[in-house]
Ligand binder design. Structure first.
Ligand SMILES: Cc1cc2nc3c(=O)[nH]c(=O)nc-3n(C[C@H](O)[C@H](O)[C@H](O)COP(=O)(O)OP(=O)(O)OC[C@H]3O[C@@H](n4cnc5c(N)ncnc54)[C@H](O)[C@@H]3O)c2cc1C
Ligand SMILES: NC(=O)c1ccc[n+]([C@@H]2O[C@H](COP(=O)([O-])OP(=O)(O)OC[C@H]3O[C@@H](n4cnc5c(N)ncnc54)[C@H](OP(=O)(O)O)[C@@H]3O)[C@@H](O)[C@H]2O)c1
Length: 387
């Protein structure tokens, strides 16, 4: 594939490799958020930066609504609850995949207006409440979480929008797994002949949205996927499908937004796994970033249904971890570097995939994989949001 021949120049730009991270190494403090004029911004301004030693005391002693202290910084947190959600509106909705053999082929990019009232930082999630009925008939439905796919200024950099990348859940009997049904038999417009059709409650609500429609938003929440504060940190991003969301948020912050572009001095390498070429998400954005930042950004993808890989003992297809194995020399140098953070988002299988990639390397250097991983976690440079 053409991308495999992408320049390796940025590897040379990576900081020197150290096999044993210093015990004090921790580059994981989340970034301070900018001055969004909002409920949270007022609260956040009060907190500013606090000394690391005082964090724990402060986190327990001070309880401010809409704010949480993470690694010594205050970040917006659950400004809006399921009982009192923010009523935003849909700015736009676009289907960003094209049809494949799969019934659940459709993924949408949705921009929502939050009027500056739901500030968030890169790596967080929001909740959406669909009108219902939910699986068991509740109206409105229970919240569903979605990783935010925009950086904090939003796609239009107005500080007033939040974007999501949502896959439409569709299950049809005879076309893959389908246990439940919430469409009366014969009445599904797309699959009238199917015995059972299940359409995801919240993903359908979001993917069916039109500009101007109301949307009930909760949050923001989440601290696992925040970016490190060190501008010289490196990032390896592993995404399956819509697991790309937090990485789009990160990458726009690092390489796109007016307020932050140019500050990042490290390298970022994105691996995206999807079933078909038609399912690639934001492919053009990544290619543009790569063209603009060839020494700092690299992008590789694994298209499972189109590429075989004998290293995949489960179904013989190319998954993100197998694509990574093709670059394991360069990646291992990065993984060992105490300034490198590894992020995974999407399917749970990626965690064992990461082990498959690096366990032998770890052991070849006389370390025990479990200990190596423990140290990465302790140093807060192993970030996982999968299920
Ligand atoms: C932190 C986090 C971040 C996420 N980020 C994203 C994201 O960025 N993009 C994205 O697309 N998704 C994301 N998700 C997933 C998202 O939250 C929803 O789970 C997803 O959109 C499906 O919701 P739904 O309401 O459409 O489906 P549901 O209607 O909730 O259906 C989900 C499943 O439940 C099954 N089901 C139906 N009835 C029953 C029943 N009675 N008992 C048991 N099971 C039943 C269905 O068959 C279906 O497989 C994220 C989840 C988490 C936790
Ligand atoms: N923050 C979060 O926690 C978060 C955010 C966004 C999404 N998600 C979740 O992530 C999942 C993404 O699913 P999706 O439907 O959007 O993706 P998708 O489009 O179906 O793509 C998933 C890709 O991963 C491959 N794959 C399957 N098993 C794998 C494994 N063990 N290791 C690595 N790759 C594997 C698939 O290959 P095959 O074709 O061989 O199956 C496919 O190519 C969903 O469950 C979604 O809800 C979580």
């Amino acid at each position: 594939m053409a991308l495999d021949a992408a320049p390796l120049a940025f590897i040379a730009a990576a900081p020197p490799v150290a096999t044993a991270p210093p015990s004090h190494a921790s580059t994981s403090a989340p970034r301070r958020i900018g001055g969004t004029a909002s409920v949270a911004a007022t609260a956040l301004a009060v907190g500013a930066v606090v000394g690391r030693g005082s964090v724990a005391r402060r986190a327990t002693a001070v309880k401010k609504k809409g704010v949480r202290v993470v690694e010594g910084k205050e970040i917006p947190w659950n400004l809006f609850s399921p009982k009192a959600p923010y009523k935003g509106s849909c700015v736009s909705k676009e289907t960003i995949t094209t049809k494949t053999a799969l019934v659940n082929w459709e993924t949408c990019h949705v921009i929502m207006d939050h009027g500056g009232k739901v500030p968030y930082i890169e790596g967080q999630s929001i909740g959406v409440i669909a009108p219902g009925p939910d699986k068991k008939g509740e109206t409105p439905a229970k919240i569903r979480l979605y990783s935010i796919a925009s950086s904090s200024p939003g796609d239009d950099e107005s500080n007033k929008t939040v974007s999501l990348v949502v896959k439409r859940v569709v299950e049809v009997s005879g076309k893959g797994w389908c246990e439940y049904s919430n469409v009366p038999q014969g009445q599904d417009a797309e699959f009238p002949d199917a015995e059972k059709v299940y359409r995801g409650v919240c993903s359908s609500h979001i993917c069916d949205m039109n500009a101007g429609d109301d949307v009930m938003i909760t949050g923001p929440t989440g601290a696992e996927m925040l970016l490190p504060e060190d501008p010289e940190a490196n990032m390896i991003f592993m995404a399956t499908g819509t697991g790309i969301a937090p990485f789009r948020s990160h990458l726009r912050h690092l390489f796109h937004d007016k307020v932050s572009k140019g500050n990042f001095k490290g390298v970022a390498w994105l691996f995206l796994g999807v079933p078909y070429s038609e399912s690639l998400l934001y492919d053009e954005e990544w290619k543009e970033m790569q063209a603009e930042f060839p020494d700092q950004f690299r992008y590789d993808y694994a298209v499972s249904c189109e590429e075989k890989c004998e290293k995949n003992k489960i179904n013989g297809e190319m998954w993100v971890q197998h694509k990574m194995m093709q670059h394991s020399d360069d990646l291992w140098d990065l993984v060992k570097d105490p300034k490198t953070h590894v992020y995974m988002c999407g399917l749970k299988g990626m965690e064992s995939g990461f082990a498959e990639c690096f366990q032998e390397r770890v052991e070849a250097e006389g370390m025990v994989y479990a200990e190596f991983l423990k140290k990465m976690k302790k140093d807060k440079r192993y970030h996982v949001e999968v299920y």
